[in-house]
Design a protein around this ligand. Structure first.
Ligand code: SF4
Length: 363
């Protein structure tokens, strides 16, 4: 909702990291009303889902910054399947990520009565998205030319329309650049900012293990959704011969999270008479490999190597049955886990039709 203000309003992309906090402070200092937009997706910021109000209160209390939390998961997933500017070292589409967030901010200018957009980008700080040419591409392809300001590095660029029109006082903007953090830390002291998250934390698309797994999942199930992406960040993963997906929790917290991610069509696996992890079995249409799935779960209990009963249930519809788990060797387990990565990688491009061929009768 737009709020009447005698000061111009700026929408700031806000990750919660120090640079984005400082960009807001630099503008606030010259009387600009700043509204920080915290975009969230299954890959960053998702723990704020359902806790938006407490985040807003905390951001205001800690930094004196007003904020909004906006879930852009669906549109982000669409972009992540095939980012125009490609991926970084892992599955991080940093340039397209920035473009998308700026476009989302641009769409909301009228809603919030804003006339400019700011980011905490610093020239040369990140290899992919903060080079001079990348910053230029981000501005051009997001359609924010003339509206976008990078307060921390503004003096390294020609004055923007916002500066020449006098909306922002260029002489009070900064000329930071490079990978060092010393200037930012000094500014934090000046603004009385005592606590802030470590740089570059919080985006799982730059995590080597999770990004590798996400690539596999994209390859196997190109139409994956938000819940699938959250599932990809938990547990141990196995590809069963019918191309179904079994995830086994590694610790108590993961077990509870797995249960919270159960959705229509999923099967939950629990040990019947021994403590053990929880399994979530997804994308299967038959019980053909139930004993195999149960056997995998059994491998992660203390009864490893012995036949044991596993309860298979479909939460919500009350359907349950008990299955005796197959006895599997470490090699079997490793192969099922490797299959997940092997087939996923081979069919990585989303346009490919995935055909997993595992000889019948192996299990
Ligand atoms: S690290 Fe993640 S959140 Fe940051 S720009 Fe890259 S993809 Fe986006």
């Amino acid at each position: 909702m737009a709020r009447p203000s005698k000061y111009p309003t700026c929408l700031a992309l806000y990750s919660g990291g120090l640079d984005s906090i400082l960009a807001c402070k630099v503008l606030q200092e010259q009387g600009i009303h700043v509204l920080a937009l915290r975009f969230i997706t299954p890959f960053f910021g998702y723990k704020l889902k359902g806790r938006e109000e407490s985040f807003k209160k905390k951001t205001l209390a800690d930094y004196g910054i007003e904020s909004e939390v906006i879930d852009i998961s669906e549109i982000y997933l669409k972009m992540l399947r095939d980012p125009r500017h490609g991926y970084g070292r892992y599955i991080n589409p940093c340039i397209d990520c920035k473009i998308l967030m700026l476009q989302e901010a641009l769409k909301r200018l009228d809603e919030f009565g804003a006339c400019l957009i700011a980011t905490g980008e610093v020239l040369g700080q990140r290899p992919m998205s903060q080079r001079r040419d990348s910053l230029r591409i981000i501005e051009r392809d997001s359609g924010t030319e003339g509206l976008l300001l990078r307060p921390l590095s503004a003096l390294h660029f020609s004055p923007t329309a916002i500066e020449t029109r006098g909306i922002v006082d260029r002489s009070r903007l900064l000329g930071l650049s490079g990978r060092g953090r010393k200037d930012q830390m000094a500014l934090a002291v000046r603004y009385g900012i005592k606590r802030y998250p470590a740089p570059a934390g919080g985006c799982v698309l730059t995590d080597p293990i999770i990004s590798q797994r996400l690539k596999c999942i994209f390859g196997l199930w190109p139409d994956l959704g938000v819940n699938d992406c959250l599932l990809a960040q938990l547990g141990r993963h196995f590809l069963l011969p019918d191309r179904s997906w079994l995830v086994i929790g590694r610790r108590e917290r993961e077990n509870s999270k797995l249960v919270s991610l159960m959705t229509k069509g999923d099967i939950q696996l629990n040990m019947v008479s021994a403590p053990g992890p929880v399994g979530l079995w997804r994308k299967t249409d038959s019980d053909t490999y139930a004993a195999l799935a149960a056997g995998i779960l059994c491998r992660y209990t203390k009864m490893k190597g012995q036949p044991a009963d596993v309860e298979l249930s479909c939460p919500g519809i009350g359907k349950k049955r008990i299955v005796r788990g197959l006895v599997l060797s470490d090699r079997d387990i490793e192969r099922l886990n490797t299959d997940f990565h092997r087939y996923g990688n081979r069919h990585r491009h989303p346009d490919n039709i995935v055909t997993v061929h595992i000889p019948p009768g192996q299990w």
